[in-house]
Structure formats: C-alpha cells, structure tokens
Design a protein around this ligand. Structure first.
Ligand SMILES: *Cc1c(COP(=O)(O)O)cnc(C)c1O
Length: 260
C-alpha cells in the first residue's frame, strides 16, 4: 500500500475494522457470557493515522512500549480522547515524560521505578498547577511479574540467559514489597498485576501463576484487582484465567513493520 495511493486510507480502515471485529468476537466467545475484559490495542510501530481509524471504530485504550514514539503520537492525537497505556520496559529517566500522557504503566517491576514515577507525578502536578491546568488523575500502576517457571518450558538455548530479564518483570517473591511501595507513593494507584507468557511455555500455566500473584497483591490492597494478561496468540488462555485487561497488537493491526 503506497501512502499517496487514492483510497489506500479506506482500504486500511476496512482492514482494521475487519481485524478488530474478529478480535472482539474472539474475546466475547472466550468470555462466554461473563464480563469481557478491557481491550487495549497495542499500536507500537504503527502510524498515528491507524490510531485515528481505531478511535473511529470505538477503540478508547491504546498501548505503546517506547516513550519517544508514544509521546509523539499522544501529542499528535491530543484531539482524540484516547487513554495511553505504557506497556514496555521502562528506564527511570523516562518517568517524567511518561506521566505527561500515560493513564497507566503496566511494567512497574522494581522499587526505583516506583520511586521515579512518584516523583514524576509530583513534578507533573506542580507543572500543571503553575500553568493553571487541573490535576491529572493518579497514575494506574500494574506490577509486572516474570512468569517463567524456572527452566521448564525454556528452550535449552535460552537457559543460560539471566532469568527472563529480557521480557521484564519482578520475581513473585517481591509482590508484597512492591505493592506496599506503590500504595505508599502519592500520585500512584495500585491497579493490579501484569504478565507476559514465556515463549515456548504453556500460557494457561503462566497465567495461573499470575493469578496466584494477584491474590498476594490483593491481600495488600483489595482494590488492586486488575490483571493485565493476554496478547494476540494467547488471549483465550488469558480470558479463561481471569484477565481483566488484554494487550492485543498484531491481530488487530497486522504484522509490525520491520519486525519479524
Ligand atoms: C507488543 C506487546 C503486546 C502485543 O503483542 P501482540 O502479539 O502483537 O498482540 C502485548 N504486550 C506487550 C508487553 C508487548 O510488548
């Protein structure tokens, strides 16, 4: 599809409408009469024009994993009432930028990041006050956990890699401390937990582990009941396990440009 091609925007709109319809039908079928989880459409690598189409199709929640790309799109699409979810591994020096546009961060996985987000929220509220703008709502924080089960399910070629740091996530043993840290930070709201099923493992097992961690977090804060789990390839397993938020990219938008 060439951008200058007359009608290419219409074709893309039709394609996105069909793909989104298929994903919504899969979610409804998996929920089987129970309340369907919230759909966050992961738009990383795709242009702002696609987000405009998605907004017209009723998408309210979008996910991005790189601050520079997300900040640019959020500024360009300020006229749309989109909620931005930051889902990627995050360096502490990005906190100040992320809190300017993000409704939530799904990748809170260590105490220094909780600290940085709390400080960034205080600075952001002060910036808004100085400009006569209203406060922004508290930042929803999902604690991300690694769902790797030791070495089982991990291909032998990856067994020497440091424990799943590649996909991010705290160890389950850190759940209580992290939950208390978010709860104690002004400007942050503990929403719940997030996980990515390990490659090559059984997603049902992985999401079962995440739901057990969720129980630990809810023991600290009963309102922190959100469970962000499920991507294009494993959304059915995530819904069955009890996900409240799904993060779906490629099945809505197609294969990511320049990514395998
Ligand atoms: C890219 C990404 C997704 C979406 O993955 P798809 O397989 O394209 O649906 C979900 N969660 C995270 C953390 C991601 O980085």
């Amino acid at each position: 599809m060439t951008p200058g091609d007359a009608g290419s925007g219409d074709r893309r709109a039709l394609e996105l409408a069909m793909r989104l319809g298929d994903v919504r039908a899969r979610i409804a079928a998996a929920a089987a009469g129970r309340a369907a989880p919230d759909l966050i459409v992961v738009t990383k690598y795709f242009p702002a024009s696609d987000l405009r189409i998605l907004a017209r199709l009723g998408v309210a929640d979008v996910g991005e994993n790189r601050d520079q790309e997300a900040a640019g799109k959020a500024a360009e699409l300020e006229d749309l009432a989109l909620r931005w979810h930051f889902i990627g591994q995050m360096q502490t020096n990005k906190a100040k930028s992320v809190v300017r546009y993000a409704h939530s961060v799904h990748s809170v996985d260590r105490a220094p990041l909780v600290d940085a987000l709390g400080k960034a929220m205080a600075a952001e509220q002060a910036r808004r006050a100085a400009q006569g703008l209203p406060d922004r709502p508290d930042l929803d924080c999902f604690l991300q956990f690694t769902l790797d089960d030791g070495v089982s399910g991990v291909p032998s070629t990856e067994r020497d890699a440091p424990r799943t740091r590649s996909r991010g996530g705290a160890l389950p043993a850190d759940a209580e401390d992290l939950a208390r840290a978010v709860g104690a930070a002004a400007g942050l709201r503990l929403a719940g937990v997030m996980g990515v099923a390990p490659l090559g493992g059984d997603p049902a097992d992985a999401f079962g582990r995440l739901l057990r961690i969720s129980a630990t977090v809810r023991a600290v804060d009963p309102s922190a009941s959100a469970v962000s789990a499920g991507m294009s390839g494993d959304l059915e397993a995530a819904v069955a396990a009890g996900a409240t938020h799904l993060r779906i990219g490629s099945d809505v938008l197609g294969p990511r440009p320049g990514v395998g």
